[in-house]
Ligand binder design. Structure first.
Ligand code: AMP
Length: 210
């Protein structure tokens, strides 16, 4: 299965990617996580991406397309993958088509803007393994520590309130047109994001079969 998870920042793409990844045994590929890892390592790519990311803007298409090409060429992606946060623009979707990647399903997780605000302000991520938590909806077992690897949980710089509004605007302008792009191909399914993670997971897994 080759899947794409669409949705606003904070809609729960990363969380649902983790669920599907375990269920179907295919890797979750998050461009956001790949960029953050490059930033942590201090690579040239990371430095190039930093100002875009910190201000809530998208990293230029050619940079992200390069990252995804390299990642999808790896052995573990041979039998399928879940894309979380890619594509985010129509040119990125076209690049994926041009690479000959045939997507089976696109799941769009819909959450209202006002709920996104609440969700992002409570989000915490592990600085070590990038697992995602929420102080109310998906707390870690030990406060401040990742339940998977014990790493420290931190607030993403771009989850600050001023940046959240910018990211939502970018989402509506540049990423939302992808719904139409994939709807026309007949592979889009819409899932209403629920308050409980498990409820959204049920709907997401059902949408894979529909
Ligand atoms: P995410 O973790 O998916 O919310 O991504 C965090 C940030 O990384 C975004 O706000 C962008 O600055 C950058 N980013 C991640 N994926 C992409 C993409 N497909 N295209 C452009 N920028 C991206």
């Amino acid at each position: 299965m080759k899947l794409i998870l669409l949705g606003a920042p904070g809609a729960g793409k990363g969380t649902q990617a983790e669920v599907i990844c375990e269920k179907l045994n295919i890797p979750a590929v998050s461009t956001g996580n790949l960029i953050r890892a490059a930033l942590k390592e201090g690579t040239e790519l990371g430095l190039k991406a930093k100002s875009y990311m910190d201000s809530g803007n998208l990293v230029p298409d050619e940079v992200v397309i390069g990252i995804i090409k390299e990642r999808l060429a790896q052995e573990d992606c041979r039998d399928g993958f879940i894309l979380d946060g890619f594509p985010r623009t129509v040119p990125q979707a076209e690049a994926l088509d041009a690479m000959g990647v045939e997507i089976d399903r696109v799941i769009d997780i819909e959450v209202k803007d006002e709920d996104i605000m609440k969700r992002l302000s409570g989000r915490r991520i592990c600085e070590n393994c990038a697992a995602s938590y929420h102080v109310l909806y998906k707390p870690s077992e030990v406060e401040g520590k990742c339940s998977k690897c014990g790493g420290n949980l931190i607030i993403r710089k771009d989850d600050e309130p001023a940046t959240i509004a910018a990211r939502l605007e970018v989402y509506h302008e540049q990423t939302e047109p992808l719904k139409d792009y994939y709807s026309k191909k007949g592979i889009l399914r819409i899932v209403e994001g629920q308050e409980e993670v498990a409820d959204t997971s049920k709907l997401t897994l059902a949408a894979l079969e529909a």
